[in-house]
Design a binder for this molecule. Structure first.
Ligand code: ADP
Length: 649
C-alpha cells in the first residue's frame, strides 16, 4: 500500500535476544575483524600502541610490587626494626614506576588517536573505491544506500571507537596481566576469585553492545531520511524554493516526527540496556565481595601478613577495576566488529578486492592499454540492436526492442515526450547500465568490435543534469579529461568553442575564479553559463562521439542556434547523438528517431518524418503552432504517407 503523503520512512523493528546480530559464537571473529582493519590501516601504529601499552602494563605491575615493598618498610620502621633511610630505595622504585606508567599511558593514547584517524582514512579510501566503481544499478537500490550509510558511519565514528576500544582492551589486559602476576606472587588463591567476578560484567556488556549495534542498524533508513531533511532545510540550493513555497513547516514537522520516534526508541533501548548493565554490575560486585571475604579469611587464619594483605587488597581492587574496564572495552570492540562487518560486506559488493587502483585514469584513446596488452582503437559508429531495458525498481520495460544506428560523421537526434526513454537510452549507450536483452555494438574503422573501455575514452557527454563543480572555472573544464595536460590554451580553446570564454574571462580572477558560493571567494554563474561551462568541459574532453542530452535547454534560442552551427563545424567527421525538445535544433539532424513509450516508432530525416505525418510531425506542429499565429500555422496532413522503415538502416 502506498505511504500517505507526509508520512516518513517506516521504522524497522528491533530484534531481541537470539534474533540479535552478532551471535555469541561470532564474537571472536568480529573482534578479529575489527583488529584486522586497524592492522591494514597502519601496522606501525598498531605495533607502537601495543608496545606502549605493554610497557604501561609492566610499569603497573612494578608499581604494585614497589607499593608492597614501601608498605613493608613502613611497617618495619613503625616497629623500629629498620631506619627511615631504608625506605628510600623502595620509594624511588615506586616513583619511577608511577612516572613510567603515566608516560607510557599518555604516549599510547596519543598513538591511539593517530591510529583512529588512519583507520578512518583507510576505510574511507576503500569505501570510495567501491562506491565509484560499483554498477550504476546499485544506486537505484535503497538497500545499497543503507549499506553505504552503515559503511560510511562505521568509517567516520566507529573507527575511532574501534581503535580506542582496542587500545582500552589491550591496556587493561596488559595491566591486568601485570597486576595478576603481582597478585599471584602475593597470594595465588585470590587471582581466580577476582577473575570469576568479572564474568557477569563481560556477559552483560557484550549483550548490550549487540543491542546497541542492532539499534543503530535498524535506524539506518530513518537516519538517512533525517539527514536528507536536514540537508533540504539547510542547503543553499533548496532554500530558494522552500521559502517561496513556504514548505518549511511541512518539512520540519516531518523531521520532528522522525527525531521524536528516534528519541522514543532510544529511551526504550537505554532502559533495557540499563537493566542488563545493572544485573551484570551487581553480580560482579557480589563476586568481588566473595573474593574480599576470602582475603579476610586468609588474614584471620594467619596465612598472610598485614603488608602482603594490604598489597593484595590493593591489587585485587586495581585488578577488578582493570577487568571491568576491559569488559567495557570488549563490549565496544564487539560492537565495532559488527559495524566492521557491515563495512566488509559493503566492500564485498565489488568482488575484485584491491581493484580500486585500477579505477585510476583510463588510458587516452589510441594509447596502448597495458592491462589488456592490446591497442585500444577509436570507434566508427554504433548500432543499438533490439535493446530492451528496465530499471531494477521498474516492472515494465523502459526500453522495448530499440534499434538504431549512428554512423561516423552523422548527427542523429532522439525525440519523444517526457518519460519516453531517451535519457535511459543515452545511459545505456554510455555503458552506465547493461541492456536486459539485445546489444549495443561499437564498430571499429574496419567493422571490428571495439574494446568498451576504448569506447568510453573516446566518447563525451553533456547530461541534462550536468554537474556544477565548486572548483575553479578552469578546473571545471579540465576535469573533462583528467590526465590530459590542462594547459590554459586548451582550456580557453574549449571555453571559446562553447561560447563561455567571454564571461569566464570577465570573472574577478578570470579562469582561476572559484565557482559556487559555498566557499570563500566563490562566484556563482547563471544556469545558462553553467551549461556553457559543461559544454566547454565536453569540448575539452573531445572524442569521436558526442552525446548531448538537452544541452541547450537553458540557452536562449539565438545562442542555441549559433552553438549548433558551430557544433556541426567543430564536430565534423565525428558522430553526435542529440536529444532536444527544440525542433528547430533537431530538424537539421541527419537522422531523427522518435521514441514513444520506450519504443522507436519512427526514423528518418526531418523532411521524411514530416511527410510521414506521424508522431514526429504531430510534435513538431504542436511546437511550431506555439510560435505562429493561425494564419501561418504549419499544416500537417496526418497519415498522408506511411512512416519510413524504423531501425537500423
Ligand atoms: P526521457 O529522457 O525520455 O524523459 P527517461 O529515460 O528519463 O525519459 O525515463 C524513462 C522512464 O524510465 C520514465 O518512466 C522514468 O520514470 C523511468 N526512470 C528513469 N530513471 C529511472 C530510475 N533511475 N529508476 C527507475 N525508473 C526510472
Amino acid at each position: 500500500m502506498a505511504r500517505p503523503i507526509g508520512e516518513p520512512t517506516r521504522f524497522v523493528e528491533l530484534g531481541t535476544g537470539d534474533e540479535l546480530k552478532g551471535r555469541w559464537q561470532e564474537v571472536p571473529r568480529l573482534t578479529l575483524d575489527a583488529l584486522r582493519v586497524a592492522w591494514l590501516a597502519s601496522r606501525r601504529q598498531v605495533v607502537a600502541v601495543l608496545l606502549l601499552q605493554t610497557a604501561a602494563g609492566g610499569a603497573m605491575a612494578m608499581q604494585l610490587l614497589a607499593g608492597q615493598r614501601v608498605l613493608q618498610k613502613l611497617l618495619a620502621i613503625g616497629a623500629g626494626q629498620v631506619a627511615g633511610s631504608a625506605l628510600l630505595p623502595a620509594f624511588a622504585v615506586l616513583i619511577v614506576a608511577m612516572i613510567a606508567m603515566g608516560a607510557f599511558t599518555a604516549l599510547a593514547e596519543e598513538r591511539q588517536r593517530l591510529l583512529g584517524e588512519l583507520v578512518a582514512q583507510y576505510a574511507f579510501a576503500q569505501i570510495i573505491g567501491v562506491a565509484t566503481r560499483v554498477e550504476m544499478a546499485a544506486f537505484e537500490n535503497p538497500d545499497f544506500h543503507d549499506q553505504l550509510e552503515r559503511a560510511r558511519s562505521s568509517a567516520v565514528t566507529r573507527s575511532v571507537q574501534m581503535v580506542s576500544s582496542i587500545g582500552g582492551v589491550t591496556l587493561n589486559l596488559l595491566t591486568s596481566g601485570g597486576i595478576g602476576v603481582a597478585l599471584l606472587v602475593l597470594e595465588p588463591l585470590l587471582l581466580p576469585l577476582v577473575l570469576v567476578s568479572a564474568v557477569p560484567m563481560l556477559l552483560s556488556t557484550v549483550f548490550n553492545s549487540r543491542r546497541a549495534y542492532n539499534f543503530e542498524w535498524a535506524m539506518t533508513p530513518e537516519n538517512r531520511e533525517r539527514a536528507y531533511l536536514v540537508e533540504l532545510l539547510t542547503k543553499r540550493e533548496a532554500a530558494k524554493e522552500i521559502r517561496v513555497f513556504e514548505a518549511t513547516p511541512f518539512l520540519r514537522s516531518r523531521y520532528e516526527v522522525l527525531t521524536a520516534e528516534r528519541l522514543r526508541r532510544m529511551r526504550e533501548f537505554l532502559r533495557e540496556r540499563r537493566g542488563v548493565a545493572l544485573m551484570g554490575a551487581v553480580a560482579s560486585t557480589i563476586g568481588m565481595g566473595v573474593a574480599l571475604a576470602a582475603l579476610a579469611a586468609l588474614i584471620a587464619s594467619g596465612r598472610i601478613g598485614v603488608a602482603t594483605a594490604m598489597a593484595a587488597g590493593a591489587a585485587m581492587q586495581q585488578l577488578s577495576t582493570r577487568l571491568f574496564g576491559m569488559m567495557a572495552g570488549l563490549g565496544q570492540l564487539v560492537e565495532s566488529g559488527m559495524f566492521v562487518d557491515d563495512y566488509n560486506s559493503f566492500l564485498r559488493l565489488l568482488p575484485e578486492a584491491g581493484a580500486a587502483e585500477e579505477a585510476k585514469a583510463a588510458p587516452a584513446p589510441g594509447v596502448v592499454d597495458a592491462r589488456r596488452g592490446r591497442r585500444a582503437t577509436r570507434f566508427n559508429g554504433v548500432s543499438v540492436e533490439g535493446v530492451s531495458f528496465r530499471y531494477p525498481a521498474t516492472e515494465a520495460p523502459v526500453l522495448d526492442d530499440v534499434s538504431l544506428r549512428i554512423d561516423p560523421g552523422e548527427v542523429v537526434a532522439l525525440v519523444g515526450e517526457n518519460g519516453s526513454g531517451k535519457t535511459t537510452l543515452v545511459k545505456l549507450i554510455c555503458q552506465l547500465y547493461e541492456p536486459l536483452s539485445g546489444r549495443i555494438a561499437w564498430r571499429g574503422p574496419h567493422g571490428e568490435d571495439v574494446d568498451p573501455q576504448a569506447v568510453r575514452n573516446d566518447m563525451t557527454v553533456v547530461f541534462q543534469d550536468f554537474l556544477h563543480y565548486y572548483l575553479t572555472a578552469a578546473e571545471n573544464i579540465a576535469v573533462g579529461r583528467v590526465g590530459r595536460e590542462p594547459t590554459m590554451e586548451a582550456v580557453r580553446g574549449a571555453a571559446r568553442r562553447a561560447g563561455a570564454h567571454d564571461f569566464l574571462s570577465r570573472l574577478p580572477d578570470g579562469y582561476e575564479t572559484r565557482l559556487g558560493r559555498q566557499f570563500a571567494d566563490g562566484y556563482d554563474l547563471s544556469i545558462g553559463q553553467w551549461q556553457r561551462l559543461a559544454l566547454a568541459r565536453a569540448f575539452f574532453r573531445g572524442g569521436s562521439f558526442l552525446v548531448l542530452d538537452e544541452p541547450t535547454a537553458s540557452l536562449d534560442p539565438r545562442a542555441e542556434s549559433e552553438l549548433f552551427q558551430q557544433m556541426r563545424k567543430l564536430w565534423s567527421g565525428r558522430s553526435v547523438l542529440l536529444i532536444s525538445h527544440r525542433f528547430s535544433s533537431v530538424r537539421a539532424a541527419d537522422r531523427i528517431y522518435v521514441l514513444r513509450d520506450g519504443r522507436v516508432v519512427e526514423g528518418g530525416d526531418h523532411v521524411e518524418l514530416m511527410a510521414a505525418g506521424g508522431h514526429y510531425a504531430e510534435l513538431f506542429s504542436l511546437q511550431a503552432a506555439a510560435y505562429l499565429d493561425q494564419s501561418t500555422n504549419v499544416q500537417v496532413d496526418v497519415g498522408r504517407k506511411k512512416a519510413p522503415a524504423v531501425g537500423v538502416r
